[in-house]
Design a binder for this molecule. Structure first.
Ligand code: CMX
Length: 439
């Protein structure tokens, strides 16, 4: 048994017992009321899930096991000479509920390096796809192709005790996480770099190795990749990618199937694909104005035109947040600290000043502030990663850490198959005594 798994088992045994007792004692207590609009409008604000790894506050933003992003940038272990956290550390925090030591993080780096070999047939599957396949489709197919390796599926077929589900889900999750950088880099190099691939470097940490296999060995790119893969990991349980992974996993579909399903949700333009959309939208703005830095007035006109065309302003708004996303602020800080001047990053700053009042003036957008996707693409572009339809894959590599840590906990806590109730409009109207006019 690996070191992390041994420590996790001790913690999980205590916590599973705690939850069991809590349900037995408080199971009948009421949690609140919800209304008809919430049922029709995406279940906003209805608590219907337990997610242990992180919690989102509308005003303050995300906390991972109680820690904010600025706290984690300071407290989580770093690579030698590094200034940004290693994503291995936030995985440990989400899984174990406590900050890792440097030894804990190094142990995970080595653990994932040992598990990182991607089977050949996964590359063959990707090679059979047409060149115009979207990288997110390839990423999801790649994760699905790896499902042949699922220890959970194999064990379930043989017959395993419910008590042991978590063990196989842990193994599958660790293997999948370990292999995702190689999968992502393969997709990148196949599509944009003449199908010329770069072997992993077993001495590098998880994020730096991804940058390396994509073809970026500069210290600055590795630093950005570590921050990027740390801040995108998790956003409590109700967002589409986390919720989908959890939902599909509740049917005891193995981690490969569950994660791929989550990634299909992340690939939507209202969710993770917004990072691709932001860059396209900014480039379209630049093209329309003939290049160079736009003025604030030009940006304002462009935003108004976007809204008038019935499109969304990508990178702005959020279903839960009601303030600027701290993940946006972490990236803004990265820009100010390490890059200092870049035209596209300056445009992002100008949009930040101009967009909120315009969005607010529509009277319907509940959160006029930027989310994580408003900034990420311009930082990657600064370092030469200009292929914006690849950006959501990087988001997906990071998101694996949160959704799979949660999936392990789902099985430890013995959560059942998810199956909320639904109603027809007719039944609901009848409940409230609505009489339909006869046409
Ligand atoms: N631009 C234009 N209109 C927007 C908007 C935006 N950025 N954000 C919200 N709206 C609109 C909604 O489309 C909705 O319009 P209708 O009433 O006509 O349907 C109205 O404002 C109210 O929406 P809301 O309650 O404020 O927002 P939702 O919770 O429904 O949606 C989100 C949240 C993120 C999907 C939405 O803000 C949006 O589409 N933003 C742009 C896409 C984006 O950046 N997504 C990334 C989110 C972060 C992530 O998951 O990666």
């Amino acid at each position: 048994m690996d070191r992390l798994k041994e420590k996790f088992l001790k913690k999980a045994t205590v916590e599973a017992d705690n939850v069991k007792q809590f349900i037995a004692q408080y199971g009948e207590q009421k949690l609140g009321e919800y209304n008809v609009a919430q049922v029709y409008q995406g279940m906003r604000g209805m608590v219907g899930l337990i997610t242990e790894t992180s919690k989102l506050d509308p005003e303050e933003g995300i906390r991972f096991r109680g820690y904010t992003i600025p706290e984690l940038r300071e407290k989580l272990p770093k690579a030698p000479n590094g200034t940004e956290p290693l994503p291995e550390g936030i995985f440990y925090l989400m899984l174990m509920g406590e900050l890792p030591s440097q030894e804990d993080v190094d142990d995970i780096t080595n653990n994932w390096a040992r598990r990182s070999i991607v089977p050949r047939h996964v590359f063959d599957t990707l090679d059979s796809l047409p060149a115009n396949t979207h990288p997110m489709t390839e990423f999801s197919i790649g994760a699905m192709a790896m499902q042949t390796e699922s220890l959970f599926a194999a064990a379930y077929k043989k017959g395993i005790n419910k008590k042991d589900y978590w063990d196989y889900v842990y193994e599958d999750s660790m293997n999948l996480i370990a292999r995702l950088p190689r999968l992502a880099a393969y997709i990148y190099r196949r599509k944009y770099k003449n199908n010329e691939h770069i072997e992993p470097d077993p001495k590098l940490d998880w994020a730096a190795n991804l940058a390396h296999m994509m073809g970026y060995d500069l210290f600055d790119v590795k630093r950005l990749m570590r921050l990027y893969l740390t801040i995108h990991v998790d956003h409590e349980g109700g967002n589409v990618s986390a919720h989908t992974t959890h939902l599909v996993g509740s049917a005891l579909s193995d981690p490969y199937l569950s994660f791929a399903a989550g990634m299909n949700g992340l690939a939507g333009p209202l969710h993770g694909l917004a990072n691709q959309e932001v860059l396209s939208w900014i480039m379209e703005l630049k093209r329309e104005l003939g290049g160079g830095l736009p003025t604030k007035e030009q940006i304002a006109d462009y935003i108004k035109k976007t809204l008038a065309e019935g499109r969304v302003v990508p990178g702005y708004g959020h279903a839960v947040l009601r303030k600027t996303d701290p993940r946006f602020l972490a990236q803004q800080d990265f820009y100010k600290r390490y890059i200092k001047h870049d035209d596209l990053c300056e445009i992002v700053q100008m949009i930040y000043e101009v967009a909120p009042p315009i969005l607010q003036s529509t009277g319907k957008i509940k959160n006029p502030w930027p989310n994580v996707d408003a900034h990420s693409g311009v930082l990657l572009t600064h370092f030469g990663i200009v292929e914006n339809d690849f950006y959501t894959v990087l988001f997906g590599v990071s998101r694996s850490l949160g959704v799979l840590a949660s999936l392990i906990w789902d099985r430890v806590l013995g959560f059942p198959i998810e199956r909320p109730g639904s109603m027809t409009t007719e039944a609901l109207q009848k409940k409230f005594g609505v009489v339909k006019a006869v046409s």
